[in-house]
Design a protein around this ligand. Structure first.
Ligand SMILES: C[S@@+](CC[C@H](N)C(=O)[O-])C[C@H]1O[C@@H](n2cnc3c(N)ncnc32)[C@H](O)[C@@H]1O
Length: 277
């Protein structure tokens, strides 16, 4: 491995749990400067250890990612995304934190195996981690259509797919996802599993298109990422960003929709699983 690939920037916390652990570290530091009771000190330490131990424990006890996924993840972390944006190579500011990673990738792989999905649609590919993770669980004649709006990151992902025997199952569509979805509907395409992980403001439209057409197979599943968006949907509404507001609206839309049933898994930044009733 080259020196550049091993020099990995540490991702900032972008999940409710990651943010909670960071806040607890600050709380502990502040508490140590105060004259707090030994009971409060013990209690705070216990709260911190309970929260901070979860992610490392999940990492330790989840099947390792493949060498190809590990390489893709390291290559994505080593890329200077701010520079690519400043140079006009990407159409928006991308960041390594967008990548789903080991635990979510393995979860998606499990869903593909459990549902015996053969056709997958991904809306929002970035450097291709989740697409390749799902491709690894697909049978040889399975396929994934991966939608990505950014040309630079599409090419980045395609290069990573070439080093995996499963990469050939992934077909990248570089265009706004809504256009690709409409093309797929016109072409009467149907998917067993759809993973939504793109612009949060588009989630409601993607969901409605999937449910109202045959794009989602009759007994198909939709997985939706970031549905806890750093805690914003359940924190005071006045503190929400535009993305937080979009996710709060999306969750409410799904909850009130009588055509579907769903569950939000508190995995990473929240992963919702939806099926038609
Ligand atoms: C969170 S990342 C996807 C991460 C990826 N699924 C993974 O697990 O590694 C979101 C991606 O969606 C793309 N995107 C944003 N808006 C889009 C749109 N309207 N159509 C297609 N892709 C879009 C962004 O360029 C970005 O690469």
């Amino acid at each position: 491995m080259t020196e550049t690939l091993t020099k990995i920037n540490q991702p900032r916390p972008v999940t409710p749990l990651g943010i909670l652990v960071e806040e607890l570290e600050t709380t502990l530091k502040l508490a140590k400067q105060e004259n707090i009771s030994p009971e409060l000190a013990v209690s705070l330490q216990k709260v911190y250890e309970l929260a901070a131990g979860i992610d490392p424990y999940l990492e330790e006890n989840t099947t390792n990612e493949s060498p190809e996924l590990k390489a893709l993840s390291e290559k994505s972390a080593a890329e200077d995304w701010s520079q690519r944006f400043d140079d006009g190579e990407t159409v928006r500011q991308l960041e390594q934190e967008m990548l789903s990673g080991h635990i979510e990738g393995q979860t998606l792989k499990m869903f593909v195996s459990m549902t015996k999905a053969k056709r997958i649609l991904e809306i929002g590919m970035f450097t291709g981690y989740s697409a390749l993770a799902m491709a690894e669980a697909l049978p040889a004649d399975g396929d994934i259509i991966a939608c990505e709006v950014d040309e630079y990151v599409s090419e980045f992902a395609k290069k990573c797919f070439k080093i995996s025997e499963h990469g050939k199952k992934i077909k990248v569509k570089t265009a706004p996802a809504i256009e690709t979805l409409k093309e797929l509907i016109d072409a009467k395409q149907t998917f067993d599993l759809v993973f939504i992980d793109a612009d949060k403001g588009g989630y409601v439209d993607y969901f409605n298109l999937l449910i109202e057409t045959d794009l989602l197979a009759k007994d198909g599943f939709i997985c939706v990422d970031n549905t806890l968006l750093q805690g914003q949907p359940y924190l005071p509404p006045e503190k929400r960003t535009a993305n937080g507001e979009a996710i709060a609206k999306f969750n409410q839309t799904v909850t009130q929709d009588p055509r579907v049933e769903q569950v939000i898994l508190p995995l990473r930044d929240g992963l919702t699983i939806i099926k038609r009733k």
